[in-house]
Ligand binder design. Structure first.
Ligand code: HSE
Length: 405
């Protein structure tokens, strides 16, 4: 049997262990000798849990065991995940992870260490939960010049926004619901402020270009300032508001990446991606549009993606599964130059001034309780232009970009 260890016995880690135990028949179709979880690393004990006897608190037990061929890192966070991963790869042990924070921060370095030590670093579950996305980009789309990747990359915020839209409840109430259902963390900042989606679009953009797109360089806005009033106007325009990660290469070489809420038209497939589901669009120069859809979070969807990586590593012991992603940092074009149409809400005192500043706009009429202002959609203009008009107006109530056609 191929022996492995799981680092972190939380939601995803326990899903990995249960899936590997429960799916042995299926696993043996791909890896004849089967796969066995010999160790589970966690700070805690799990009395009464049938897997408790495999729990160790000392990572060295795992590293010093010559039988261990694959490790699943499902701890999350930078440290000690980074150190543990590096040590494993340096010993020729392949590592499979769902940890987007670590992949976004150290992906190319860990991939290079794996290549030098004839093992693999795999991270299918780090983006899009259970959706096969990394492997298709790495293995199936090698003949494509990918010109854009964009989509809904965070299940928690998509759930929150679906509830705000459908039930007309506030952001705070929808967040509370998401927490009660176990989607949102008690500290939901990484999800609601867009950092999680930002890391995921950084990973996808890096794979798209084969170089490093640093998530710190990506403009990032979350959803905490979106209101029920915005959804009422959006519905009137036959649109939905979605938190998107967007990455786009223009023909002249400009390369825009951002994470932000966008208005999405009803005839766009992302419009109907709801609840905790994720949806990702990839455009290649040969294949044209592709869409990937599925559960972007959750115990078994994410574990399924991790275990698919484990099986791939188990079939390639002693060999490196390559991934085109090098250290060279790719500069993102100035986000202030990017052109959009914008949905803007202003209070009535600024309406006349706004009309003068923005010129020809499309007004949106909607019956919005407690909103006596005006709402309109601008023509296409660069971000710097809209920001200077907003400044001249002394601020607006809301400004949301429209997803480009
Ligand atoms: N917090 C993430 C989400 C988990 O809600 O999408 C999956 O990466």
């Amino acid at each position: 049997m191929i022996q492995m260890a799981v680092l972190g016995f939380g939601t995803v880690g326990s899903g990995v262990v249960e899936l590997i135990d429960g799916n042995q028949d299926m696993i043996r179709r791909s890896v004849a000798e089967g796969i066995y979880v010999k160790y589970i690393l966690d700070l805690r004990d799990f009395p009464g849990n049938p897997y408790n006897e495999r729990v160790t608190h000392d990572y060295q037990d795992i590293l010093d065991d010559p039988e261990i061929a694959v490790i699943c890192e499902t701890m999350g966070g930078r440290e000690p995940a980074y150190t543990f991963t590096k040590k494993a790869l340096e010993r020729g042990i392949s590592v499979c992870t769902s940890n987007k924070e670590l992949v976004a921060a150290h992906g190319p370095e860990l991939l290079q260490i794996a290549a030098r030590h004839n093992c693999s670093y795999m991270f299918e579950a780090s983006v899009g939960g259970g959706i096969p996305l990394i492997r298709p980009i790495n293995a199936c789309l090698t003949q494509e010049k990918i010109t854009s990747i964009f989509g809904i990359l965070n299940g928690t915020t998509n759930y929150i926004m679906t509830r705000m839209e459908k039930a007309g409840i506030s952001f705070d109430a929808a967040l509370k619901e998401a927490q009660e259902r176990g989607y949102a963390e008690r500290n939901p900042e990484a999800d609601v402020e867009g950092h999680d989606a930002c890391r995921k679009i950084a990973i996808l953009s890096s794979l798209m270009c084969g170089k490093t797109v640093r998530y710190e360089d990506i403009p990032c806005e979350g959803i905490s300032k979106i209101t029920v009033a915005d959804f009422i106007y959006a519905r009137k325009m036959n649109m939905a508001i979605k938190l998107l990660g967007v990455s786009r290469r223009e023909e002249d070489g400009r390369f825009y990446v951002r994470t932000a809420p966008f208005l999405v038209r009803a005839d766009h497939p992302l419009h109907s991606v709801q609840d905790v589901f994720n949806g990702v669009f990839v455009h290649g120069n040969m294949v044209d549009d592709l869409m990937f859809y599925g559960r972007g979070a959750g115990k078994f969807p994410t574990a399924s993606a991790v275990v698919s990586d484990v099986v791939e590593c188990a079939r390639n012991i002693g060999r490196n599964i390559s991934c085109r992603w090098d250290n060279e940092v790719l500069a993102i074009s100035d986000p202030l130059e990017e052109v959009f149409r914008y949905f803007i809400r202003i209070d009535s005192a600024r309406a006349a001034a706004a009309k003068e500043l923005f010129g020809k706009v499309t007004y949106v009429e909607a019956d919005v309780p407690e909103d006596d202002g005006e709402a309109f959609v601008t023509g296409r203009m660069a971000e710097k232009e809209v920001l200077s008009k907003i400044e001249a107006l002394g601020g607006v109530k809301q400004c949301i970009r429209l997803l480009q056609d």
